[in-house]
Design a protein around this ligand. Structure first.
Ligand SMILES: N[C@@H](CCC(=O)N[C@@H](CS)C(=O)NCC(=O)O)C(=O)O
Length: 268
């Protein structure tokens, strides 16, 4: 029997839809539901760049739920510490202390909190992209933590030799293991519907991995992905389940609109 985890959990109500999707073998998007009449009560505050907020923004774009996406403009011509006066002001006026005077910050129904991963998970629960039940929610967390470990390994591959080894050996081996972890419903990695895990996988494959060296080593660094082509085709050749999930996010009309519309003033 499904048990509720309080007011955050509309899981039980989705059981029938999930069962139907399982029978059809196609991913659902639980976010594709009638819009709520409630006024938006979510504000995400972050620098005007991808950084630690972009997965939340993509998640929100996928959901179609309205929110306030506050982007603090950056002037990269200024020295470090003076590039974002709005952030300095927010630190000074006490409005982001719940994030220890850092960013991102989410203000949900008037309550502010920080930590990008907590924000992603809260938003995913709130907009219906956190699985059909508590066990799926745990699997989504687990998938995200696998990706976080992979990102950490990538981050530690500092020299050119280590980066080449990561790309040639570590990454393919990890992706093959993640392919085994992914569920059987085509187009999503957990359960029968798109979730935060699919967003995190898309972000790693299409945005984080290809761009990370440019971020870490400056704009003239060569890209760590295969700059010549589509990362889905190059990285996920042998991983059809992961590829279907990434394509489902990448080609979702609301995600495409979000990606096409962002023109960040920060390069990262
Ligand atoms: N673990 C935190 C890290 C937050 C963090 O370090 N934010 C950086 C920006 S990416 C920041 O606000 N740096 C400015 C500062 O520390 O003054 C998270 O994931 O949200």
């Amino acid at each position: 029997m499904l048990r509720s985890i309080g007011r955050l959990s509309p899981f039980a109500a989705r059981g029938a839809a999930a069962a139907a999707a399982a029978a059809a073998g196609t991913a659902l998007c639980f976010a594709d539901r009638p819009a709520s009449c409630e006024a938006p009560k979510l504000e995400l505050k972050y620098f005007d760049g991808k950084g630690l907020a972009e997965q939340s923004r993509i998640l929100m774009a996928l959901s179609g739920v309205e929110y306030t996406n506050t982007r603090w403009k950056m002037d990269m011509a200024q020295p470090y510490g003076k590039r974002c006066p709005t952030f300095v002001e927010a630190q000074g006026n006490g409005s982001i202390y719940m994030a220890l005077d850092r960013a991102p910050v989410l203000i949900a129904d008037g309550v502010a909190f920080g930590q990008s991963k907590s924000i992603e998970r809260y938003l995913a629960r709130r907009v219906g992209l956190y699985g059909a039940n508590e066990l799926e929610a745990a699997q989504i967390d687990s998938f995200g933590e696998h990706l976080r470990d992979l990102k950490d390994l990538h981050g530690k591959a500092g020299t050119d030799t280590e980066a080449a080894d990561f790309k040639a050996k570590v990454l393919p081996a990890w992706l093959a293991k993640l392919e085994r972890v992914a569920g059987d419903t085509k187009g999503c990695v957990v359960g029968n519907g798109l979730s935060l895990a699919d967003v995190q996988l898309y972000y790693f494959v299409c945005e984080h991995f290809p761009a990370r060296d440019a971020y870490m080593k400056g704009p003239n660094a060569k890209l760590s992905g295969d700059g010549s082509g589509d990362p889905v085709a190059t990285l996920l050749r042998e991983c059809p389940k992961l590829a279907a999930s990434v394509v489902a996010i990448r080609d979702h009309p609301r995600v495409k609109a979000h990606v096409a519309g962002r023109q960040y003033t920060a390069p990262w």
